[in-house]
Design a protein around this ligand. Structure first.
Ligand SMILES: Cc1ncc(COP(=O)(O)O)c(C=O)c1O
Length: 422
């Protein structure tokens, strides 16, 4: 009989995992690499390799400009419609282009102009820093007519939900939060927070970067106004792949894109001199989108749709629970803290473990143990679970490697300065 903390038990769990076969659909060149960073950059789907070849050799190489009429021009909507299935939106409410930050900027400026007369943007200090920079930039652009209120988390892990409910008043133009928090993995109660924002007359904008493809989201059920999100994490879209934005249908023609450009122009090939935005979501496009990287997102999304988001979430919860059990037995005694919510329903798909030597432990894991997590200052090692390819064995090996790095003091030879990308 294997113990619940043995490698043999991990192997049993893998053997009974109905999604295990999806791992073969990804490029895995080093079977011994324990990849725990799918929450930062997802793995490469096998099918995407074939598509990339076709995009470069055939679509670009042979068809040249003719391919704009063979699927390139409509790619932002086509890929967006598939992502819509993952987040409870209608197919014509999601479009792909630009980075998450740029999409956020467009939506924030549009929302603030729409909410004329209201002077506050509300967010929290768990939000992704780029989101906060974008909010500051938007305030500058609009001549500092708005104040940014950043509510503090009570413990650096959980969102300040009560404070948000209490702080919402008739001066708040926009409430914007990360649905799943990048550092701790905390998940906000989307329906309750959105309802509270609406009761105060504020618009609600969610950053779904750490939710999409791993945590079920139902934007319609929660009547969400606006959302953005990354495609290079759980969607496996590729490094720097463009992001998506969502605008509820009834807001699409009343909000104006602040970066007007020809891709959002009505009848763009008439080349008129005056900007006349097209209807629907497409007027939130600006310039020519990166066709190759945008097209490569699609097959990763197809894989998630095939596996089923509810199945993926169930596996992710089983896996994060398993990881936390291993932490309790092997890592807590070595000084690792759990920097992630304990309640499974309030936890996304990564587990954050804190340690005073977190940065150096992370370096030792990468360079000595062939384990790839990531590190977020001041002390957090994030272990990303991408249930479509992460195995229970990966999780077991990652935890045992962390234990070894600390017991054998393998981290001591690493400097305290962080490399550029952690
Ligand atoms: C929650 C969140 N929002 C925004 C971003 C920034 O995305 P982009 O680089 O596409 O602007 C990230 C990047 O990791 C993120 O994690």
């Amino acid at each position: 009989m294997s113990r619940q903390t043995d490698l043999a038990y991990a192997a049993e769990l893998d053997a009974h995992d109905p999604l295990a076969h999806f791992r073969e659909r990804f490029v895995i060149t080093d079977p011994d690499l324990i990849y725990m960073d799918g929450n930062s950059l997802g793995r490469l789907p096998q099918a995407t390799v074939t598509l990339a070849e076709d995009l470069i050799q055939h679509q670009w190489g042979e068809c040249l400009i003719r391919n704009w009429n063979e699927g390139w021009f409509t790619a932002p909507e086509r890929v967006g419609a598939k992502i819509a299935h993952l987040i409870g939106a209608e197919p014509d409410e999601v479009i792909v282009a630009d980075s998450t930050s740029v999409n956020l900027f467009k939506l924030v400026v549009a929302a603030l102009r729409f909410q004329h007369g209201r002077s506050c943007i509300l967010t929290d200090n768990l939000n992704f820093p780029s989101d906060l920079y974008i909010l500051q930039g938007a305030i500058d652009l609009l001549d500092k007519q708005h104040r940014l209120d950043i509510l503090p988390s009570p413990d650096g892990i959980h969102g300040p939900e009560t404070e948000i409910h209490n702080r919402l008043d008739n001066q708040v133009a926009l409430l914007t939060l990360s649905h799943t928090v990048y550092k701790s993995g905390y998940i906000y109660d989307m329906p309750a927070i959105t309802a509270s924002a609406h009761a105060a007359g504020a618009l609600m904008l969610w950053d779904l970067s750490h939710s999409v493809g791993s945590v079920p989201v139902d934007l319609h059920a929660a009547q969400v106004d606006l959302a953005v999100g990354c495609t290079y994490k759980y969607l496996n879209g590729g490094p720097g792949a463009p992001a998506f934005l969502y605008i509820r249908r009834d807001l699409q023609d009343v909000l104006r894109n602040p970066i007007a450009g020809w891709m959002g122009q009505r009848d763009l090939f008439n080349f008129e001199l005056e900007y006349r935005p097209t209807t629907g979501l497409r007027h939130f496009l600006t310039g020519t989108f990166p066709v190759v990287s945008l097209s490569l997102i699609e097959l990763g999304v197809d894989l998630l749709l095939e596996a089923g988001l509810d199945n993926l979430r169930a596996k992710s919860q089983r896996q994060s629970e398993y990881l936390i059990n291993l932490w309790e037995e092997f890592l807590e005694p070595l000084g690792f803290t759990l920097n992630t919510p304990r309640e499974a329903d309030r936890r996304g798909s990564h587990v954050s473990l804190g340690h005073t030597e977190g940065l150096r432990i992370d370096q030792a894991l990468i360079h000595e143990m062939n384990v790839l997590p990531d590190f977020r200052p001041p002390d957090t090692i994030r272990l990303g679970i991408a249930p479509i390819y992460t195995s229970f064995r990966d999780i077991h090996t990652a935890v045992m490697s962390m234990q070894k790095v600390v017991i054998d003091r393998l981290y001591e030879k690493y400097p305290r300065q962080a490399p550029v990308v952690t």
